[in-house]
Design a protein. Sequence first.
Length: 345
Amino acid sequence: MSRLAGLSLLALLWFPQRPALAQELESPDAGVRIERRRDTSTRTDADRRLQQGREQRRQGNYQAAIALWQEALELYTQMYDWGAMTQVYTELGSAYAQLNNLNLAQQMFEAQVSLTRQRDNQRALMTGLNNLGTVLLQRGQIERAQQAFEEALELASESNVIRVLGLTQSNLGLLEATQGNYRQAISLYEQALQYRIQSRDISGQANTFNHLGDAYWALDDYDNAIANYGAALRQVQGRESEFENYLRAVDGLAIAHRSVGRYLRSQELLEERLQRVRERGDLREEMNSLVALAQLYQTAGERQEAIRFYSGAIAVAEELDDIRAVSALENTLSRLIRLPSSQEN
């Protein structure tokens, strides 16, 4: 009998063996002053494209979202609407980061920072510096990332913006974690958590709990990793706006449980994940869910089930027209099919 009985079929991007350090990108609306004048057809068109792009992003269609936001940016630029331009630069940067196009993500956030400096919008500048620092960190530009975070921290401290203090301390923790300094990262995360509790920043609290889970997991502290991922999951339950934090918490829990052979608990988490992303119509996260389930079955020694889930993932990747994902998944599936049964795990 299967060790993972009852898992629905074809419930597939990659889940690392340890949870990856996630981006901490501030909301596009944070600190932005939108300059609204009388409605015009141009503004209506720009606003419509902005919202349509957000809907495409929600469904995981980042390329379609980017195309719409680029059109919106051109229209807002014609109207000299600096606040809306700042929003669109942030949306574009976040979307490029999701697609792992970090070069373009950096360009968008640099434009956001430059624009907010020119307009002397300190709150939006703090946000932009944190966004830029996060991408620089992902690109391995540690010193530049640290400079961005420290400038944001100085500005937030001078104006006592508690919410941004929490964000920036959390990002400084991420900086330490990226360099393998997990104990120092945990200390900074704990400081960030206090600011985020003080500012009632539910999203920020969940994100920092997830960061703590990542750091403890990197230290092979299973109990504290589970505790913090679980805290993040409790924070976001029933909050549709916190779906990204939900995914991070579930992914961290699923991988941690899988690593110690608690396959059924990992199964439960991933099946719920799959159901929720399907309800949202998010094909990319459906693909991610299927990959995670395939990896779970493969770890449990259930080769045929793993093959079926990888096959389902390939079908979703083809629907997304994601050539790179299709190629990578087909290579993984091919290796699994050829693998002798004694080496499945």
